[in-house]
Design a protein around this ligand. Structure first.
Ligand code: 13P
Length: 260
């Protein structure tokens, strides 16, 4: 866990990176870091995440009570607190609106096709949560079933949330989601997708357990995405999967329910 001083500096740094990459506009997005068992450092509400100072951050306890800070805390703090409560392994969270991934979220398409090996290693798959009004308990309810199984979630008609053992890893996962969304979009434009087959996915599972870089506790792609629309892959995602090339026909989902 980072010290409070380090966490303040990291939020400034990753907030600026989100803004510089166009992953947030205006006052979009929020970031947080776990300081200790009871306390969370989070971004203030309604400020550009590209121009924060370390002193702008707010400290709340796990129940959301203000502990320190001169601004109001992010309007999405309940989502952050839910993730910290459900995932004791998580110490950093990033929420942003990267354009391509958010485009998928607005189109109702999960990023749950195993198209790129590094994404399978880094994230498993990226499900689509149902829509919930930002800043309300409704949003938390849509995310709740997915948080323990995934490290990155598309939020319908809203954006993306990623989380990791450090804030840096949470931020890297956000980069991976947006990069993968761009690649997936290209496959849709090309009119063909060639998903990795079962055997390749099993080998990736072994590779992931040995990989020293950023990797996920999430299950492999196509494993139970029950939080996505329609009780599995979103309808649009299924339609894409069935209309693109059937090279590498998808193996039965059951055969992929593997956990590391
Ligand atoms: P806050 O500035 O309150 O964190 O809200 C930004 C946002 O993106 C809400 O979804």
């Amino acid at each position: 866990m980072a010290s409070e001083r380090q966490a303040r500096q990291q939020i400034v740094r990753f907030g600026k990176m989100l803004h510089d990459c166009g992953y947030v506009a205006a006052t979009d997005g929020n970031l947080s870091a776990r300081l200790d068992k009871r306390h969370i450092l989070a971004t203030p509400t309604a400020m550009s995440k590209g121009a924060l100072r370390p002193s702008d951050m707010v400290i709340v306890d796990l129940d959301g009570h203000l502990v320190a800070g001169r601004h109001h805390v992010s309007s999405e703090i309940a989502m952050h607190l839910l993730i910290y409560k459900l995932r004791p392994d998580i110490n950093g969270i990033v929420h942003a609106h990267p354009p391509t991934a958010t485009g998928f979220a607005a189109a109702g398409i999960a990023l749950d096709q195993p198209l790129v090996c590094e994404v399978v290693i880094g994230l498993g798959s990226i499900p689509l949560a149902k829509y919930g009004t930002p800043g309300t308990p409704e949003l938390c309810e849509t995310l709740k079933p997915l948080i323990s199984k995934y490290d990155a979630i598309l939020m319908s008609n809203h954006g993306v949330v990623t989380y990791g053992d450090t804030l840096e890893h949470a931020h890297m996962k956000m980069e991976t989601v947006e990069h993968f969304a761009q690649i997936a979009l290209i496959t849709h434009l090309l009119g063909r997708q060639q998903p990795l087959k079962d055997e390749a996915l099993r080998k990736l599972l072994v590779a992931r357990s040995k990989y020293e870089g950023n990797h996920s506790a999430a299950p492999l792609p196509l494993a139970d995405c029950h939080g996505s629309h329609n009780g599995g892959q979103s309808r649009a995602s299924r339609k894409f999967a069935s209309t693109v090339s059937d090279k590498g026909k998808r193996p039965p989902a059951d055969s992929l329910k593997i956990r590391s």
